[in-house]
Write a protein that binds this ligand. Structure first.
Ligand SMILES: [Zn+2]
Length: 352
C-alpha cells in the first residue's frame, strides 16, 4: 500500500529505513530534503555521539538556568525503573549546566545531583513553550512521535515543558551525586572524550601502544575512547587512510611515540565528529533531533553504507567494500586504506 507521506521499507538485513516526505504534527506534509535516506542502514544504528550532542545543544537554551517546577512521570520505568522519589528530587532544582559525556546528557542540578539521560534507540525530546510546540522546520521521517510514548514531562519555571518521548524505551534517566559521578560506573570506566582536548596523536599512542587488536575494535572500545560508534569509526578510518584491520599498535613507534598515522587518526576522528555535529548528526532509522527535524550527515558518508560504490577519493579507482568485524559492518576502500599495515582485507564481491 502506498503511504502518502513516505514510510518504512526493509533494507538489506531487514533494517527498517524510513524515507520520503513526512507528516508534520497536524497532518500537513512538509517536504524534507528528499529523499531523506536513500541508503540502507546496515547495522540498525542508534544515536551516536554527534546525534546526542545535537540534542544537547537543542535542549540547552530551554533548560539552562531554568528551575524544574514539576515532573510528570507517566510510567514507572523506561529501560530501567526511575530512581526512588525521582520526581520529588528533580522538582525545585535549577539546571546549572547541561553537559555530555560519551552518549549521556548530564544536567547539573542545584541540588548537587546530576540528571543522567540516555536516548537509547528511539528517545527524543520536544520543547513545548506555552501552547506552541517548538519544532522549527520540523519534518518527520515515518510516523510523528505518538503522544502515547511521551513518558516524562519536565515543567519549567518559564512555563515551557520538556517532553521525553521514547517508543521503544531503551533510553533511561537516573540521578547521580555530582561529586561521585566520575567514580561511578559507567562513567568511571569511560575512555577519553573524542570531542574534548584529550584527543591527540600522543593520547592515541599512549592508549594503543602494544595492542594487537584491529584498529576498528580499539576505536569502538569505550574504555579507550568514549562514545565513538560504528559509523564515525568507519568514516574516520577512511579519512585517515587506515585499514580497519590494521593492528592497533601499528600507529605507535617501538618507543611509544605516535606515528604520523596516529596524528592523522586523531585529526580524522575530530573532523568527522565536528562535521556531523555541525549538520545535526545523521538520520538513521528512528532517530530525530530535539526539534523533530532530522540530521543530514548521512549525505556526507564517504564509505559507510556505500558498498559497491566508487571511492570518493580523487583519482582512486577503488570500490567501497564491506567486511564484518565482531558482528559490525566495516566499510572501507581497499585501495586508499590498504596501507600494508594490516593483514589485508579480502573484500566480498559486491552483490550483482
Ligand atoms: Zn579509495
Amino acid at each position: 500500500m502506498a503511504e502518502p507521506f513516505g514510510g518504512v521499507k526493509a533494507g538489506p538485513g531487514g533494517a527498517a529505513v524510513r524515507y520520503g516526505l513526512a507528516a508534520a504534527p497536524g497532518g500537513i506534509a512538509i517536504p524534507g530534503p528528499a529523499p531523506l535516506l536513500s541508503r540502507p542502514n546496515p547495522d540498525g544504528a542508534m544515536p551516536e555521539l554527534p546525534e546526542v550532542e545535537t540534542v544537547r545543544r537543542g535542549l540547552e537554551p530551554a533548560l539552562l538556568g531554568r528551575r524544574i517546577e514539576a515532573v510528570e512521570l507517566r510510567r514507572p520505568d523506561l529501560r530501567f525503573p526511575f530512581p526512588e522519589r525521582f520526581a520529588e528530587r528533580l522538582a525545585g532544582t535549577t539546571v546549572e549546566a547541561l553537559r555530555r559525556r560519551a552518549k549521556y546528557i548530564l544536567a547539573d542540578l542545584s541540588s548537587g545531583e546530576v540528571l543522567v539521560m540516555h536516548l537509547g534507540m528511539t528517545g527524543r525530546f520536544r520543547v513545548e513553550a506555552g501552547r506552541v510546540t517548538d519544532e522549527p522546520g520540523a519534518f518527520y521521517y515515518g510516523a510523528p512521535a505518538a503522544a502515547a510514548h511521551d513518558h516524562v514531562v519536565l515543567r519549567l519555571s518559564d512555563g515551557a515543558s520538556v517532553v521525553y518521548n521514547d517508543a521503544r524505551r531503551f533510553g533511561f534517566m537516573t540521578l547521580y551525586g555530582r561529586d561521585a559521578i566520575e567514580g561511578t560506573p559507567p562513567f568511571s570506566a569511560m575512555g577519553i572524550e573524542p570531542l574534548g582536548p584529550a584527543l591527540s596523536g600522543e593520547t592515541l599512542a599512549r592508549l594503543f601502544a602494544g595492542r594487537r587488536t584491529p584498529l576498528k575494535a580499539a576505536l569502538l572500545d569505550q574504555r579507550l575512547v568514549a562514545g565513538l560508534g560504528n559509523i564515525y569509526v568507519c568514516e574516520a578510518l577512511f579519512r585517515a587512510r587506515l585499514s580497519p584491520e590494521a593492528p592497533t599498535g601499528s600507529v605507535v613507534t617501538a618507543t611509544g611515540r605516535p606515528r604520523a598515522k596516529a596524528h592523522a587518526l586523531a585529526a580524522a576522528i575530530r573532523e568527522v565528529l565536528e562535521e556531523a555535529v555541525a549538520v545535526g548528526g545523521s538520520t538513521l532509522r528512528d532517530y530525530a533531533q530535539v526539534d523533530g527535524s532530522s540530521g543530514a550527515f548521512q549525505e556526507r558518508f564517504r564509505v559507510y553504507a556505500r558498498e559497491g560504490e566508487a571511492c570518493t577519493t580523487p583519482a582512486c579507482r577503488g570500490i567501497v567494500a564491506r567486511t564484518v568485524q565482531a558482528g559490525r559492518s566495516s566499510f572501507f576502500c581497499p585501495v586508499c586504506q590498504g596501507d600494508g599495515a594490516g593483514p589485508g582485507i579480502r573484500p566480498r564481491r559486491p552483490a550483482g
